[in-house]
Design a protein around this ligand. Sequence first.
Ligand SMILES: [Fe+2]
Length: 212
Amino acid sequence: MKTDGRATYSAKSFDHLKGLTGISDGQIAEHLDLYAGYVKQVNSLAQELSEMRVDRKEAGKDFGLAEGTRRFAYEYDGMVPARAVLLQLEARRRLPAQRSPGARARARRDIRVGRALAGPLSGDRRHARDRLGDLFEDPASHRLINQWVSLHQDGIPARWNPLLVLDVWEHAFMRDYKASERAKYIEAFFKNVDWSVVEQRLREPAAVKSAA
Ligand SMILES: [Fe+2]
């Protein structure tokens, strides 16, 4: 692939992410494939769009360029949450022990955060159609807010800081669970969250976060 000096994203390695509780290595491998696919598509589409913009000056009249431009958000906004999901998981045996007083206080807050996110799903587990449950920090008020995102290229509040990303599309769990067992998957998901990553996201200013 030719490059024009623009940012090129590379898929981060998650080789260590094995032996999760209630989520098989095969299920994680599927998620890794999807993530790698988004990264690949973002890179090639960025390149194609830069070339198209040189050749085709009137973007408004060029349906290919217009669709490619719209498509970029789909690929990019697929890459970022897919990576966020992987970054926040860790096998239980590798999670830091939560024995110090500070760690206990953090754990109490983490449980509150987890309940806040899990709550809306628990009432409608069989029929939940939301595909991505994100816990965000509103940068203006610093409140923690659940936002349900049906399509990842749509419905993410601008500049809000995603703290915890829960993918509940069927592809995220149907190797391990049936379609009707989403609740079991969500339960397993929370057993593998590395809350130190969530906490770190809360502390980081949004402007310094890397994208891929
Ligand atoms: Fe997904």
